[in-house]
Design a protein around this ligand. Structure first.
Ligand code: DOR
Ligand code: ZN
Length: 346
């Protein structure tokens, strides 16, 4: 029985660190296990210019514990006013790694996102020219489309037309949740990648709604039927370089989760690697965990793989605090619902 696992240090290709007190509380949680992360720009106000990204990167660096070697990979929040030249300079200088597309109204702090996709056409064309990846929150927002169908409809109505109209545009389908997402990404060739979260490998929609509503399992895109979760598991554990880890760890205070209109997001940064080792072991794919956490992402982003290693060991159940303390209030960790036997050695 395998009970020790050594991996190149993982990266998180989709992460929310927030700002202020929350940033200070959650940044060390990711820096403990991950070398790099793609940092989501959906602050209030959002990170829209190169100057915003530079200032945010400085605040992240200031929130790192002494001696931490974590590298934030910054993104810009695409708006209908984004200046293609500001973006191109920020990418050329290495300040930003990617740009995030939120359809307006799709999720937390997406009000400044894109309403009319034709308006961002010149920016997307410039991004294709310079090879800057576009990270896409792939859900339509039409009120007549059922929330469980929004990802599949987005692929047909928005994503596929954008990709056909913009040859060479490199796209990451963020946090895919459906078999349609898996299929589209698998068939998309080298310019298309897809991130999969930890929580979508663990929960389906029953976990949110059956036997009482579980606000800590509510996130966007919302978890779908079991058959979709199984398709995500097959994709993540397949070794296919299209698929890589983007936790979408999205901390909200308990006060903001546990209210009549609660926020979307699962906070998985602290226990993600223990959960993933469990999932990959269940799927008989521990030998492919490193591809998912540490190899496929850098390959898509054309970055070197990390040279450092982390080791996980399997033993007695690991105890994670149920919640972390922040100056804004407690933040509850994602509970996978099973004992975690794999622990990262520090
Ligand atoms: O669950 C989510 N939370 N999904 C998102 O797309 C955004 C994120 C957040 O920022 O809270
Ligand atoms: Zn996100």
């Amino acid at each position: 029985m395998t009970d020790t696992l050594t991996l190149r240090t993982p990266d998180d290709w989709h992460l929310h660190l927030r700002d202020g007190a929350m940033l200070r509380a959650v940044t060390p949680e990711t820096a403990r296990h991950f070398a790099r992360a793609i940092i989501m720009p959906n602050l209030v106000p959002p990170v829209v210019t190169a100057a915003d990204a530079a200032a945010y990167r400085d605040r992240i660096m200031a929130a790192l514990p002494e001696g931490a070697r974590f590298q934030p990979l910054m993104t810009l929040y695409l708006t209908e006013q984004t200046d293609p030249e500001d973006l191109a300079r920020a990418h050329e200088s290495g300040l930003i790694t990617a740009v995030k597309l939120y359809p307006a109204g799709a999720t937390t702090n997406s009000a400044s996102g894109v309403r009319d996709f034709d308006k961002v056409r010149p920016v997307l064309e410039r991004m294709a020219e310079i090879g800057c990846p576009l990270c896409v929150h792939g859900e339509v927002t039409d009120s007549d489309i059922d929330i469980f169908d929004r990802e599949a409809v987005f692929i047909d109505r928005v994503l596929d037309p954008i990709r056909k109209a913009t040859p060479g545009l490199r796209v990451v389908m963020e946090h895919i949740t459906t078999m349609q997402g898996v299929e589209y990404a698998s068939d998309g060739g080298p310019d298309l990648g897809a991130t999969i979260t930890t929580h979508h490998l663990v929960i389906n929609r029953n976990h949110i709604l059956a036997g009482g509503i579980k606000p800590h399992y509510y996130c966007l895109p919302v978890a779908k039927r079991e058959e979709h979760r199984l398709a995500l598991r097959r994709a993540a554990t397949s070794g296919d370089p299209t698929f890589f880890l983007g936790t979408d760890s999205a901390p909200h205070t308990d006060a903001n989760k546990l209210q009549p209109c609660g926020c979307a997001g699962c906070f998985t940064a602290p226990n993600t690697l223990s959960i993933l080792a469990h999932v990959f072991e269940e799927e008989g794919a521990l030998d492919r965990l490193e591809a998912f956490t540490s190899l496929n992402g850098p390959r898509f982003y054309r970055l070197p793989v990390n040279e450092d290693r982390i080791t996980l060991t399997k033993g007695a159940p690991v105890s994670y605090a149920e919640r972390i303390v922040t100056e804004d209030g407690p933040v509850t960790l994602f509970d996978p619902g099973f004992p975690l036997l794999w622990q990262v050695q520090t």
